[in-house]
Design a protein around this ligand. Structure first.
Ligand code: IPM
Ligand code: MN
Length: 327
């Protein structure tokens, strides 16, 4: 049975980087005999302008039927698309590996994985305004914390067995306190430490090599993963997987970058490495490894976009990487 993959190109640089990534995904699927049944759908600012909704019914139906969603960044309407997909399918684990790429100048050495809780916290969208007062609810549950802590445990067991739990329980004593207590309990068999989110931000710049697996809540994870991506060499290189028990969505960490959209200079590597994560999720590690190898090869051969010191276009990089994947 082929995997049903819904492609959502998204806004800004989304269509360019997704197009480039599709060359690579198709090359890997062909070379390793992975059957993918791909469909395209619109969502985001473009859909909002065209149909008056960011997530049209047709796209929702296709997403419901898909095993995998492969998505580009969304612009202004990101909450109505990205967060909606995460919540609707309970994609509770946002996995964001952060690692230097050979040949890409970086602030520091870093090799860690962020395990970001993905469906709770202030992202539940419970916001209210009463006159001059605005209120947002931060929801953290014991069940949701256990579930995400178990994911962090699995990753730590495959890596250096060290988890850092990041929170702000010195201020949010009840809410972040619950997250911290439940997470530490689930992780008791491993080497665990904890850090306040402000200190973690500093440590990610000062001594990022100390981190192995970072377990944190939704909003802190959002902020820290942009920071960590920049430490590793740039947000144009950072992939992610939104994982649930039955479905997953893969997307670059970066945003729609309207300022450079349509210029063919966006780096497709974040989207391409998200494709590698997709193959890994379906159990085809050899395809994922071939993509990662080809990405490194492209940098070594200087086939690069300008953000990492090259002169090639988004599509040239995608096609070059796909040609290496094809062998
Ligand atoms: C991300 C993005 C999203 C988030 C936005 C676009 C809703 O920044 O995936 O990191 O905040 O989670
Ligand atoms: Mn973000």
């Amino acid at each position: 049975m082929p995997y049903k993959v819904l492609i959502i190109p998204g806004d800004g640089i989304g269509p360019e980087v997704v197009d480039a990534a599709l060359y690579v995904i198709k090359a890997a699927a062909e070379r390793f005999g992975v059957e993918l049944e791909m469909k395209m759908a619109e969502a985001g600012d473009v859909a909002l302008r065209k149909y008056g909704v960011a997530m049209p019914q047709e796209t929702l139906k296709l997403a419901d039927a898909a095993d995998i969603i492969f998505k580009g960044p969304i612009g202004e309407s990101a909450y109505d698309v990205t967060s909606l997909i995460r919540m609707r399918y309970t994609l509770y684990a946002n996995i964001r590996p952060v690692k230097n790429l050979p040949g890409v100048p970086a602030l520091k050495e870093i090799d860690c994985v962020f395990v970001r809780e993905n469906v709770e916290d202030v992202y539940v969208g419970a916001e209210y305004r009463v006159g001059g007062v605005a209120i947002a609810l931060k929801i953290i549950t014991e069940e949701g914390t256990r579930r995400i802590a178990r994911v962090a445990k699995r990753y730590a067991e495959m890596r250096r067995r060290r988890v850092t739990v990041v929170h702000k329980a010195n201020v949010l004593r009840v809410v972040d306190g619950l997250f911290r207590d439940v997470a530490l309990e689930e992780l008791r068999e491993l080497e665990v430490d904890q850090m306040y989110v402000d200190a973690a931000a500093m440590e990610l710049v000062r001594n990022p090599a100390r981190f192995d697996v970072v377990l944190t809540t939704n909003q802190y994870g959002d902020i820290l993963t942009d920071l960590a991506a920049q430490v590793a060499g740039g947000i144009g290189l950072a992939p992610s997987g939104n994982i649930g028990d039955a479905k997953a969505m893969f997307e670059p960490v970066h945003g729609a970058a309207f300022d450079i959209a349509g210029k063919g200079i966006a780096n497709p590597i974040a989207a391409i490495l998200s494709g590698a994560m997709m193959f890994e999720w379906i159990g085809r590690k050899e395809a994922a490894d071939a993509i990662r190898f080809a990405v490194e090869k492209s940098i070594e051969k200087d086939v690069k976009t300008p953000d990492i010191g090259g002169r090639n276009t988004t599509l040239e990089v995608g096609k070059y990487i796909s040609s290496i994947v094809s062998g």
